[in-house]
Ligand binder design. Structure first.
Ligand code: A3P
Length: 302
């Protein structure tokens, strides 16, 4: 079992941890709001870690399907199998984070490739420095921001690392739209990575495409990473990355982290409809239209 997040153990320095409305806890790194387990030293390590050809880095704004994507990557690089002696979270290296599985530079340097790196950073703060000069392959997964906002609200409420945030939904939504939640502004995050989508070492995915068109998205991922998608591998990846399989299976269910016991919540497109009022939806739509105008990036909301 992994201990709950605690400032004294995982916060590294405590002076820069701030408490906002409804107890929301965070620190700022390069001006962006971050969880307190993303620490200054670890962030520095993540920027300077030496990446190699064959390494894979997956990134997303939180609650966009990154755990699902990590399961797919692990299955692809292991011919459809999951390692028996580890769990999903333990298999990925989250360098900027002191919790739940912190790793040192020496440990990471000693591991063979492919090393699989997790990140929730905006592009300009990504693992290994400037992605365009990195030998590593990057996959970014984005999800429609209404579902992200709802999923994130459930995820952050009442957690140690967010100061047991106890704001009502309307407060969370306001903060989400103002970029006051951990990892900052959703639009800046997604659009920063979207701009790099045509780089040779970059693949941009959408959660909704993965839900609707899994087989083709899997071909894109396998081709991009250069792993063969034989029929048995394809079948294994499809079956073992389904929501129900991941929720039940000991490798992926995250049960070793008690704070994540309700992580596999719905796994659907459109669950925002249970939360948004008509007025909230109209307000969201007007901001969305303004921020996304001319970017060429579109999302399915249902
Ligand atoms: P919901 O809260 O809407 O259910 P992340 O891993 O980036 O934190 O994203 C978490 C979201 O992805 C949660 O959304 C979670 O349920 C969903 N998810 C996790 N595994 C999934 C899977 N195999 N298929 C579809 N959605 C999945």
């Amino acid at each position: 079992m992994i201990d709950k997040y605690r400032d004294e153990v995982h916060g590294e320095v405590l002076q820069d941890i701030e408490i906002g409305e409804y107890g929301y806890k965070y620190r700022r790194l390069d001006g962006i709001i971050m969880p307190p387990y993303i620490t200054p030293e670890r962030y520095k390590l993540s920027r300077t870690i030496e990446l190699r050809k064959g390494d894979i880095c997956f990134t997303s704004y939180p609650k966009s399907g990154s755990t699902w994507l990590s399961q797919i990557i692990i299955l692809l690089v292991n011919e459809g199998k999951t390692p028996e002696d580890k769990t999903l979270r333990n298999c990925v290296h989250w360098v900027a984070s002191s919790w739940p599985y912190p790793r040192s530079r020496e440990e990471l340097d000693a591991l063979p490739s492919p090393r699989i790196f997790k990140s929730h950073m905006p592009w300009h703060m990504s693992v290994g420095g400037d992605t365009s000069e990195s030998p590593c392959k990057y996959i970014y997964i984005a999800r429609n921001p209404k579902d992200v906002a709802v999923s994130y609200y459930y995820f952050e409420s009442g957690k140690q690392w967010s100061g047991n945030y106890n704001g009502p939904w309307e407060h969370w939504l306001k903060w989400f739209l103002e970029g006051n939640v951990q990892r900052g502004d959703w639009f800046d995050h997604v659009l920063g990575w979207w701009k790099r989508r045509n780089d040779n070492n970059m693949l941009f995915l959408k959660y909704e495409d993965m839900k609707r068109d899994f087989e083709n998205q899997l071909v894109r991922i396998a081709t991009f990473l250069g792993y063969p998608l034989t029929e048995p591998v394809r079948d294994a990846v499809r079956d073992k990355s389904s929501f129900n399989y991941m929720k039940k299976n000991d490798f992926s269910n995250l049960h070793e982290i008690p704070e994540l016991d309700s992580f596999f919540r719905k796994g659907q497109i459109g669950s925002w409809k249970d939360m948004f009022t008509t007025a909230q939806n109209e307000h969201f739509d007007s901001i969305y239209a303004e921020r996304m105008n001319g970017t060429g990036l579109e999302f399915d909301f249902e």
